[in-house]
Design a protein around this ligand. Structure first.
Ligand code: F3S
Length: 399
């Protein structure tokens, strides 16, 4: 018995008529739904499973995935998976990429792929599968969640990796949080003054909004002309610095703003943005420049190649740009991977340095254009991390 309304089909699944794995998945989703006060479940169009780096989940996580697979689990909706701890095609030089780590990481992927996940390990699932406005999703990975709600107009809560996995099996999630239209209505408005399109600047805005908003959902005004890459990094920063599922950008986010009930107004002056960015700027040449948090799209790779070529010279430190396999393959065809390689800039697939092993031991200093990478490198790996616009990082590295 449950307090949630279930359809006949859902009841049957909960009672085990669709097999043990579906029964377990339904039990978990119903329990979480009850705890969150959901009245019912909702069918999902897509799932994205985060937390699959062997560095993060270790042996208990691998066993959990093997166990649910052994019960006959199959994903019933298109399902993608997050970055892992290594570029499986080209692991050379990646800290902590030992043979044993790679073997364990492959076991995680093989089990997820056997259940039906696409083995494209990325935090930008929207570059892999088409995701339509109005779709309900069960996504882990906070940056992708905020992007889906803010930019695509899809609907997803921030799920933990295991819960997204259960939703992928059950094909549904609990109807609560930002699946409900009323919970997407903005109650705080931030007005940005002097915005310029740059991912580091957008990162700073996302982090300020997440830290300072009293109410969900924050609306961000004054960013007219913001491009998709900036929205992506802003969402990633907002998801890292706070627990936001979304921001509302007028003219972009599909929310009924006629119901807006603003209770708090905050101005972000150009000076505030510059002062905050100044705190993060590199004061030395870093050991590593890392771009691609979240994973870059083709447009960002083109921009990086253009900047590097027009600057001239070669990177004198590690300079890594992370992306998904499918974007990598397109970039290869377009000659972008080679152009960047000529500048000693390496394009990585499948991975990101935040979820990779061995970084703490390197003691590297890292510079990035993403608040999320800077935040987690300090917090998880204890590294010195800086942030600056890409143009400045290229100048610093290729000088
Ligand atoms: Fe993606 Fe790693 Fe950043 S998973 S959002 S590149 S921390």
């Amino acid at each position: 018995m449950t307090g949630l309304y279930l359809t006949k089909q859902e009841e049957a699944a909960l009672n085990g008529e669709k097999g043990e794995a579906v029964k377990i998945a339904m039990e978990v989703i119903v329990k979480v739904g009850e705890a969150l006060g959901a009245g019912r479940l909702i069918e999902i169009n897509h799932a994205h499973i985060s937390g699959i780096s062997y560095n993060n989940i270790g042996e208990p996580g691998l066993k959990f995935i093997e166990n649910i697979r052994s019960k006959g689990a199959r994903f019933t909706v298109p399902t993608t998976i997050n970055p892992i701890g290594v570029d499986l095609e080209d692991p050379a030089g990646i800290p902590g990429a030992t043979r044993e780590f790679i073997m364990k990481q492959k076991q995680v992927i093989d089990n997820l792929a056997a259940m039906g996940a696409k083995p494209v390990m990325t935090c930008t699932p929207y570059y892999v599968d088409e995701v339509k406005p109005g779709w309900h999703l069960a996504w882990g990975e906070s940056s992708a969640v905020a992007y889906a709600n803010t930019y695509i107009g899809a609907w997803t809560n921030r799920e933990g990796g295991p819960l997204a996995l259960m939703a992928a099996i059950a094909g549904r999630t609990y109807y609560a949080g930002v699946h409900i239209p009323e919970n997407r209505i903005p109650r705080t408005v931030f007005t940005v003054h002097g915005y310029t399109n740059d991912q580091a600047v957008a990162s700073v805005i996302g982090s300020i909004v997440a830290r300072e908003t009293k109410y969900k959902q924050p609306m961000i005004e004054g960013v007219e002309g913001i491009r998709e890459p900036e929205i992506k990094t802003m969402c990633a920063a907002a998801g890292a610095a706070g627990n936001l599922e979304m921001c509302v950008i007028p003219g972009i986010t599909k929310v009924d703003t006629s119901k807006t009930a603003i209770e708090e107004k905050v101005d972000i002056e150009q000076n505030d943005l510059e002062a905050e960015l100044d705190q993060y700027r590199p004061t030395e040449r870093p050991d590593v420049v890392f771009i691609g948090c979240p994973h870059v799209g083709i447009e960002e790779l083109e921009e990086a190649a253009k900047l590097a070529i027009s600057h001239g010279g070669q990177a004198r430190n590690h300079f890594w740009i992370a992306t998904s396999r499918n974007v990598y393959n397109k970039a290869l065809q377009l000659g972008l991977v080679e152009k960047l390689r000529e500048r000693n800039i390496r394009v990585l697939r499948d991975t990101c340095i935040v979820v990779s092993p061995g970084w703490r031991e390197t003691g590297y200093t890292v510079a990035t254009n993403s608040y999320k990478t800077m935040f987690y490198l300090k917090r998880i790996h204890g590294l010195k991390a800086y942030m600056a616009p890409l143009r400045e990082l290229i100048d610093l590295s290729l000088r």
